[in-house]
Design a protein around this ligand. Structure first.
Ligand code: HEC
Length: 199
């Protein structure tokens, strides 16, 4: 078979397409295994029962999530099944209110309001929202803000009231806590986070 024969090029095209299909299938399976909860970079949903902090890795020159000891959310311990159901509700609330029309999650969405990937760790919950809402915990302050963002503004742009109910707010808080524990290779850089013993 020589290069002037069209069959030569056809065979080349078909074989390289087949090889790339195999590579694509492998990469898809590999990516799905990495990004699913319980995968290499994504914790199981029941991480919402744990303390989440960040530690500076000087070799990689970025912060990495550290999953600490037990830290209950809304005073309760979620079983794996409860955590999964809560996360499903949280995602439905986030989709139905179109939070990404203003915010970004993992960098995807709009740039009107802050990225929410590490919002759980924002020191502003303790510094501003806890005193404003009279809440005694961070999760309570976030829930109160989500139900009445127009009542507790901290910025010149204000978040509208999206009619979020108490169970919906708790589910979104759980989702935000889980999301903050995802290893995002240092994204977003310079996110504010609560200082803990392991800094
Ligand atoms: C119309 C635009 C808009 C939509 C839609 C919106 N937000 Fe917001 N959000 C804002 C703005 C603006 C702020 C800053 C408000 C402030 O600090 O007073 C904000 C602040 C927040 C914060 C605090 C972030 C931080 O750490 O400072 C959280 C959490 C949040 N929004 C969650 C949500 C969720 C969850 C949804 C969907 C259910 C949502 N937002 C939908 C505009 C929006």
């Amino acid at each position: 078979m020589d290069a002037s024969d069209p069959a030569f090029w056809r065979a080349g095209a078909i074989s390289s397409t087949l090889v790339m299909l195999v590579v694509l299938a492998f990469l898809t399976v590999d990516s799905l295994a990495t990004i699913k909860p319980g995968g290499a970079n994504v914790p199981h949903y029941n991480v919402i029962n744990k303390e989440i902090s960040y530690e500076f890795d000087s070799v990689a020159s970025r912060y990495r999530p550290v999953i600490g000891g037990e830290q209950l959310l809304f005073g309760r311990r979620y079983s794996a099944e409860e955590a999964e159901n809560t996360m499903r509700l949280g995602k439905l609330v986030i989709q139905s209110r179109n939070c990404m029309n203003c915010h970004t999650f993992f960098g995807n969405g709009a740039y009107y309001a802050p990225d929410l990937t590490k919002a759980w760790l924002d020191p502003a919950w303790q510094q501003m929202w806890m005193p404003m809402t009279q809440a005694t915990s961070r999760e309570e302050a976030i829930a109160m803000f989500l139900m009445n963002p127009d009542k507790y503004p901290t910025w010149r742009r204000q978040m509208p009231n999206l009619g979020i109910t108490r169970p919906e707010a708790e589910a979104v808080v759980a989702y935000l806590k889980w999301m903050s524990a995802v290893e995002t290779n240092g994204f977003p850089i310079h996110f504010g986070h609560i200082q803990t013993n392991n800094k």
